[in-house]
Write a protein that binds this ligand. Structure first.
Ligand code: PMP
Length: 357
């Protein structure tokens, strides 16, 4: 008798629901923290011409040297810090966990945070321990240090700003976590384009600190390019786990071109930040809505009967994300990505209509 998935696939994998990506065809899409703006036509034309000349018969540059050099400049990476490229920063989270995973190893994070930390830990056979944030979404430092002491995690993930809460944690508390950690601390800066602070300049003073960044939220989610920055001794080992050609040729070409025209994307990020202010203000003015200030390109808000509101928005053609039921601290919480002014107005109108229905 051939074996079935029940015999072969690990129980913890079978128990997973998997990462859910809903179909957004025809919707105002405000669920995935994408930059809503297309690239200017002349830049698209230039990219198309570069595609024509791409040597698709050859494997990509495995090291991604040119991309790295341009990223170094764009992100002001400190001297002495190395970079590793990933197929999105998702992959870099995966690769760094794979490199440290061994039976019984604990991956530590705070909760609620990015759901992939828990999922990937499960994929690689590690045990995920999530330490709850306080009610105001700040780090509960005593509990976090206690959990570090108890579990001795080889790797800890902190998102800065945090997804889905949108806040930047107190940097002094992250420093205390880095000091107390027996292994690596990864500060995930996926939303850095919308925040004013970073741990990247602190890399030289912390040998066990790694920082991830991504081009996804900046406006290039489709090319899947993430960056892991840190000391060479760690990246040398983690890099061995990476597949040799993980960043494809077309993505490298687009990244190089865009990094030479970085102001296009940073101008778009500035427009998103302006809209974030308007959207937050409008949400805070709505009766029965608690909207949380954000340093990212999305806003978390709490509203009565969140599931009903989420469905009402969907029926009106607006797709956001419901977090209700995912964590105790997120009861009745929804998360909306900041879109274009028109998209945000469509969302606010649909929200008002849903509440009045
Ligand atoms: N980190 C955080 C905190 C995120 O929210 C996301 C995307 N939702 C990622 C990493 C992954 O981004 P990407 O793989 O597109 O770089």
């Amino acid at each position: 008798m051939p074996k079935t998935p029940e015999d072969i696939i690990r129980g913890e994998i079978r128990a997973l629901k998997g990462y859910n990506v809903p179909d957004a065809t025809g919707m105002v899409k405000l669920d995935a923290m994408e930059n809503p703006y297309p690239l200017p036509p002349e830049l698209r034309g230039r990219l198309a011409r570069l595609m024509e000349d791409a040597s698709l018969n050859r494997y990509p540059d495995s090291a991604g040297s040119r991309v790295k050099a341009l990223l170094r400049r764009a992100f002001e990476v400190p001297d002495g810090t190395e970079l590793l490229l990933g197929n999105g920063s998702d992959e870099l989270i995966q690769v760094s966990m794979m490199a440290v995973a061994r039976p019984g190893a604990v991956v530590l994070g705070v909760e609620p945070s990015f759901v992939m930390f828990r999922l990937i830990a499960t994929f690689v056979g590690a045990r995920y321990v999530g330490v709850d944030l306080r009610e105001d979404f700040s780090i509960d430092i005593e509990r976090t240090l206690g959990a570090i002491e108890q579990h001795q995690p080889p790797i800890i993930f902190i998102t800065y700003p945090n997804n889905p809460t949108g806040n930047l944690f107190d940097a002094a508390l992250i420093e205390r976590i880095i000091e107390a950690a027996p292994g690596l601390v990864v500060v995930d800066e996926a939303y850095h384009a919308f925040a004013s602070r970073s741990f990247l300049p602190r890399l030289p003073s912390h040998p066990n600190l790694l920082v991830t960044r991504t081009l996804s939220k900046l406006g290039l989610a489709g090319i899947r390019l993430g960056v892991l920055a840190g000391a060479g001794n760690w990246l040398g080992e983690i890099g061995k786990v990476r597949l040799p050609y993980n960043v494809n040729t077309l993505s490298q070409i687009v990244a190089c071109e865009m990094l030479q025209h970085g102001d296009v994307l940073t101008d778009q990020a500035a427009a998103i930040k302006l809209e974030r202010r308007r959207l937050l203000q409008r949400l805070q003015e709505m009766p029965g809505v608690t909207a949380y200030p954000s340093d990212a390109n999305f806003i978390l808000f709490r509203i009565r009967q969140a599931e009903r509101v989420f469905d009402g928005l969907k029926q009106r053609g607006v797709l956001i994300r419901s977090l209700h039921g995912s964590h105790r601290l997120l009861a009745d919480c929804l998360r909306v990505t900041v879109g274009t002014p028109d998209e945000n107005t469509a969302f606010l109108t649909a929200l008002t209509q849903t509440l009045e229905a």
